[in-house]
Ligand binder design. Structure first.
Ligand code: DGL
Length: 286
């Protein structure tokens, strides 16, 4: 299968990068930590900016879009793809792993961000009351309460959807005074659910950019958790435990960025998430 933009891969003919996917820019907050922790690998990032946000879309749509992007990564030679997007991890990952992978690329792997986070969430709370801030889609899927219960059955999970947060971040309004209202509104709704919440997870990869607005609203002793470092550590552990995948990942320290929308917009905006200037190429999806 050929797709527009395939020529961009010609220079990576023998490259087998780790694929990192998000609906837009948010996954860059995860990629940044992966590169810092595991700089030896090649990485290929795809932001489906043309169709972001995913957070308000149906299960069927998020699954369909995510599967299309996963196939794109496989075409580009990635043996391993990380869905650095909670919404895609919540709504599409399991079906892709169980139903699609065996038919399209049985030797390849697709991982998400929810499992690595829920595995370690217990060490962040003393009260056993954890708050989850996420997109509507992630909250509706109940993935966090279900997964946390598997590892920490005693933890109580309080969820709050923040439908305005991704648009604020995608439109570069996250550090403007207008964002204050929506950040406070969602924080108030979460904290009204329990006075004992002592750990709040940013369960959307876009949200770390709102940290400066969230931190002053945290109750005393309440920790704010971002996923980047957690997912990067989990990836390091996964690669150590799976030499059959690790040995297929190329190691030249190369980074490539693709977007399904305007490269100019991507390059201007992505640096805010990634912390340094970057240059993307465009790829339409077949
Ligand atoms: N960054 C994605 C996540 O972690 C969601 C963004 C979106 O709504 O597209 O959930």
């Amino acid at each position: 299968m050929l797709y527009p933009g395939a020529s961009h891969f010609s220079t990576m003919a023998s490259s087998q990068p780790i694929g990192v996917f998000d609906s837009g820019y948010g996954g860059l907050t995860i990629l940044k930590e992966m590169v810092s922790r595991l700089p030896q690998y090649d990485y290929l990032y795809l932001g489906d900016n043309a169709r972001a946000p995913y957070g308000t879309r149906s299960f069927e749509t998020v699954y369909e879009y995510t599967l299309q992007c996963v196939k794109w990564f496989f075409e580009a030679g990635c043996p391993l793809v990380v869905l650095a997007c909670n919404t895609a991890s919540a709504k599409a990952l399991r079906t892709i792993q169980q139903n699609d992978l065996p038919g399209i690329a049985p030797a390849n792997r697709v991982l998400g961000v929810i499992r690595p986070t829920t595995e370690v969430i217990g060490k962040y709370t003393r009260t056993g009351k954890v708050g989850i801030l996420a997109t509507q889609g992630t909250v509706q899927s109940d993935s966090y309460p279900i997964e946390i219960a598997k590892f920490f059955p005693a933890i109580r999970v309080f969820q709050q959807a923040c439908p305005m947060w991704v648009p604020l971040v995608e439109n570069n309004e996250h550090d403007k005074p207008g964002a204050d209202y929506f950040v406070r509104e969602s924080m108030d709704l979460l904290l009204a659910q329990s006075k004992e919440i002592d750990a709040i997870l940013l369960a959307c990869t876009h949200y770390p950019l709102l940290t400066p607005k969230i931190t002053p609203l945290l109750p005393a002793g309440c920790r704010l958790i971002s996923q980047g470092g957690i997912v990067a550590s989990s990836l390091a552990d996964y690669l150590q435990r799976h030499p059959e995948i690790e040995s297929r990942c190329s190691k030249r320290g190369q980074l490539r960025f693709f977007t399904t929308d305007s490269t100019e917009d991507f390059d201007n905006h992505a640096s805010i998430f990634y912390g340094q200037a970057l240059h993307s190429a465009h790829s339409a999806l077949s």
